[in-house]
Design a protein around this ligand. Structure first.
Ligand SMILES: Nc1nc2c(ncn2[C@@H]2O[C@H](COP(=O)(O)OP(=O)(O)OP(=O)(O)O)[C@@H](O)[C@H]2O)c(=O)[nH]1
Ligand SMILES: [Mg+2]
Length: 439
């Protein structure tokens, strides 16, 4: 099995995929040593490229690139430079225009950068053209997120899901440049891959996809049985944008010990704990975070992990209020919930990280005017009380402001949550008292 790392150097004429699951079998699984990009001795460097629409503000463009830099950092590399080109839409051949591409190439060659990362998905032909032009590893948004998922996935199900998504990503990108599967077959004086080899590669990948789909169906049946065995307890799922503090809150509420850290997609596997509030037991699940431009195809492959959300009776939507783009993040989460068929679930909105929230200075002046959006596109930051009033009026529902880390206002959250859970419980068991149900 030629399962050896290949991402360290680029073979002439060879493509450089770098998937990271240990369980992905074929030989093109490059960075196999338990980490993305870590086959290189030193930290890999990355150049970030974005093509924002002309109407997008500078502040928003910076925020998106910060997020991309954070993703790259989570994957184990460092972003050293950003290139931005405003276009109505990305260039169909090379994503950026000719001039910008030359600029990027000059920089990459001069600095010896290991990869160029694009803030969108690239079509197979864009990928091919860019690879041929820039001669370094080309990473698009899907590949980057897949890589991080591969690093994080622990359970059999999530690992299989990631592997399936990786092969699905790969299939349309098996082209004339592709040679890695040939290595697997070995052979002296390996000739360049003709159409026959590419067809063989495609068949191998298709077989693997079929196998993984079967395996997932089996695993899905098992977990469905497990979930049924949990009985009729009310189920609550923590949902939200990535890195907002879902796992931290899970640890606080569920006395769990879930891995939480300041990286994107710390959680890929769902975790469930039994929690008792107001003498009413319920199940609380921590789930994978969402992110903007998460390709629908990728969401699809996580369907069974997302069942935890779809089967929940109540969603605790956690928001990072200290993040400049929190309102857009709320929208991204709501859109993703709609995508996975969970739009109509009851939601309790939980604003987290209030310890880091800094209202605008003018807002400290009780007579100060509430300012409109700034020219630079950043949103106004009113005092928390005002934000709370606005959201409650908008949603006709209580919302709660907490700091999971500092344990601030957790009693208020517990009370609100208990009230919702008890109501759901009584709805489900109208003729029983809580103790009868548990006894
Ligand atoms: N300042 C502050 N930081 C917090 C708070 N809650 C969580 N964090 C930090 O935010 C980071 C992300 O927390 P997680 O709990 O891993 O976030 P998550 O939503 O589970 O993230 P993913 O699993 O990656 O989607 C960690 O560094 C936490 O310590 C809070 O109330 N205040
Ligand atoms: Mg988490």
């Amino acid at each position: 099995m030629a399962n050896k790392p290949t991402s360290g150097g680029r073979k002439p004429g060879g493509s450089t995929r770098h998937f990271t699951t240990d369980n992905a079998k074929p030989g093109y699984v490059a960075a196999k040593n338990n980490g993305a990009y870590n086959t290189a001795k030193e930290q890999e460097t990355a150049v970030l490229v974005a093509v924002p629409p002309r109407r997008q503000s500078d502040a928003q463009t910076t925020e998106y690139l910060d997020e991309l830099a954070f993703l790259i950092e989570t994957a184990g590399a460092t972003a050293t430079k950003r290139f931005v080109q405003r276009l109505d839409k990305p260039d169909i051949r090379t994503y950026v225009g000719e001039g910008k591409l030359a600029e990027i190439k000059a920089y990459v060659q001069h600095e010896g950068t290991s990869m160029v990362v694009f803030d969108d998905d690239l079509s197979p032909s864009q990928l091919r053209n860019l690879e041929a032009e820039l001669l370094v590893k080309i990473v698009d948004r899907s590949l980057l997120i897949l890589d991080i998922f591969a690093l994080r996935a622990k359970s059999a199900t999530s690992r299989t899901q990631v592997e399936l998504a990786q092969y699905q990503y790969l299939l349309p990108r098996l082209t004339g440049l592709w040679t890695h599967l040939d290595k697997q077959r070995g052979g002296v004086g390996m000739k360049g891959p003709g159409e026959t080899e590419i067809e063989t590669d495609r068949r191998i990948v298709r077989d693997r996809i079929a196998f993984l789909k079967d395996k997932l169906e089996d695993l899905d049946r098992q977990s469905h049985t497990q979930r049924k065995a949990r009985g009729g307890l009310v189920r609550v799922a923590l949902v939200g944008y990535t890195n907002v503090g879902k796992s931290t809150l899970m640890n606080v509420l569920g006395k769990a010990d879930v891995f939480a850290e300041n990286k994107l997609f710390a959680t890929v596997d769902a975790t469930t704990r039994k929690v008792v509030l107001d003498q009413t037991p319920f199940l609380l699940s921590d789930t994978v975070g969402f992110i903007r431009k998460l390709p629908t195809r990728l969401i699809e492959s996580f369907k069974s992990t997302l069942d935890e959300i779809r089967e929940a009776d109540l969603l605790l939507h956690v928001v990072d209020i200290a993040h400049a783009g929190f309102e857009e993040q709320i929208q991204v989460v709501n859109d993703t919930l709609a995508d996975i068929g969970a739009a109509d679930k009851p939601v309790l909105l939980v604003f987290n990280k209030i310890d880091q929230y800094k209202p605008d200075d003018s807002q400290h002046d009780p007579f100060g005017e509430v300012r409109e959006a700034e020219d630079d596109g950043t949103a106004p930051r009113p005092p928390l009380a005002q934000l709370q009033a606005t959201y409650m009026a908008k949603l006709h529902d209580p919302v709660v402001f907490i700091s999971a880390q500092e344990r601030t206002n957790l009693e208020e959250l517990r009370e609100l949550l208990a009230r919702r859970v008890v109501a759901l419980h009584q709805q489900r068991y109208p003729y029983q008292t809580v103790n009868e149900q548990n006894g």
